[in-house]
Design a protein around this ligand. Structure first.
Ligand code: NAD
Ligand code: TDX
Length: 335
């Protein structure tokens, strides 16, 4: 059987590296990763995998033009991804997320290449705690942070390049991921590695904020389903129905799973403009493509978190060298 030639941007980051493993396991793909290796990218995340790796910037039209024509499909994960960083300096977000997506779309337009765009729930803004609605494919965009505004912009470019130029695209908007290889600046790995390093977990504000947590493998299985069976021109929401657990409860669960007093954590300064609640309605994806998350409901999330804790426990060499610098940066903003 002929393998599909796939170009994965941002494949050395958290979700991309897990995606590359998942896609290789199917035996259906020959993969090239294009990654700039920013502070968030790590070549070691792809160690031992049978792929081609190109270190380069998606904003570099020359590199993009060299790579796209020899691939059947582009799966676009590369981005600046951390809200807190976007509040300190939005400019790298504009460049990578908007200009970078533009360069990839232009190359896909020239070569009529299938393009899958990885996006986020944050483009829709946030919901009140008691709002019964969840985000759907037709929910209007209302991004709050510089990060989510740039992701929303990139989604708009993708839609426009499909409608105006006929680029064969799909988009997925997924909720908050957790799992192995996630950068320790993010909420769940930060708390796990705080405990492992003898520090307290750090909760922003009141902790009533709700994220619809999904295990990274469930996200990536959905991306594969969309690539293989999704309808071109369509957007798919991805979520695992975990929007009943707030940040305070997540910290309590992590503490419990790590054998600590559930309430042993610190309250720290809140994030300016902090989105209150995200919740996803992934019924279109489930109905049309038959996708189901494995790590769903409270038990599934506990299992996913327990596995993730084990991964960080067993991979101290992967995260420990960065821990001090990450915490020093947070300390500057009282977090
Ligand atoms: P990450 O920060 O862990 O990894 C991003 C990767 O992109 C890194 O390897 C980095 O080196 C690379 N990169 C950044 N700028 C680049 C550039 N200009 N050129 C080439 N490579 C570049 O991010 P992640 O959490 O794995 O997120 C991946 C994608 O998924 C992003 O598009 C993000 O918006 C989206 N997403 C993330 C989540 C989540 O919870 N983490 C949820 C929904 C959607
Ligand atoms: O130490 C912390 N304490 C804390 O309470 C950190 C780092 C975060 N938080 C809170 C803020 C959020 O309510 O936890 C929640 C999750 O925070 P992040 O991990 O920073 O994620 P979030 O801002 O929700 O965005 C994530 O999901 C959507 C990803 O980082 C984005 O890339 C993705 O698009």
């Amino acid at each position: 059987m002929l393998e599909t030639r796939m170009l994965v941007t941002g494949g050395a980051g958290f979700i991309g590296a897990n995606f590359v493993r998942r896609a290789l396991d199917t035996g259906r793909y020959r993969i090239t990763v294009l990654d700039k290796l920013t502070y968030a990218g790590n070549r070691a995340n792809l160690a031992g995998l049978n792929i081609d790796f190109v270190q380069g910037d998606i904003c570099d039209a020359g590199i993009v033009e060299k790579l796209v024509p020899s691939h059947d499909v582009v799966v676009h994960f590369a981005a600046e991804t951390h809200n807190d960083n976007s509040l300190k300096d939005p400019s790298p977000f504009l460049r990578a997320n908007v200009e970078g997506t533009f360069q990839l779309l232009e190359a896909c337009r020239r070569h009529d290449t299938r393009f899958h765009h990885i996006s986020t729930d944050e483009v829709f803004g946030d919901l009140a705690l008691d709002d019964p609605q969840r985000f759907r494919e037709d929910t209007p965009y209302q991004p709050s942070s510089p990060y989510s505004a740039t992701k929303a912009s990139s989604d708009m470019l993708v839609r426009a390049w499909c409608r105006s130029f006929g680029v064969p695209v799909t988009i997925s908007n997924c909720s908050n991921n957790y799992g192995p290889y996630q950068h320790i600046e993010k909420f769940i790995p930060r708390q796990i590695t705080n405990v492992l390093a003898g520090l307290s977990p750090k909760l922003y504000g009141s902790g009533e904020h709700v994220r619809d947590w999904i295990h990274v493998d469930d996200h990536n299985d959905a991306v594969l389903a969309i690539l293989e069976r999704g309808r071109v021109g369509e957007t798919y929401i991805i979520g695992a129905d975990n929007d009943h657990v707030n940040n305070l409860q997540v910290i309590r669960i992590i503490n419990e799973l790590m054998g600590r007093d559930a309430n042993d954590f610190e309250h720290v300064a809140d994030r300016p403009g902090h989105d209150l609640r995200y919740a996803m309605d992934s019924s279109k994806l489930r109905r049309e493509l038959g996708w189901q998350p494995r790590f769903t409901d409270q038990n599934g999330m506990r299992e996913g978190l327990a596995q993730t804790i084990e991964w960080y426990r067993e991979h101290q060499n992967w995260w420990l060298p960065q821990k001090q610098a990450v915490e020093a940066k947070y300390a500057e903003s009282g977090q």
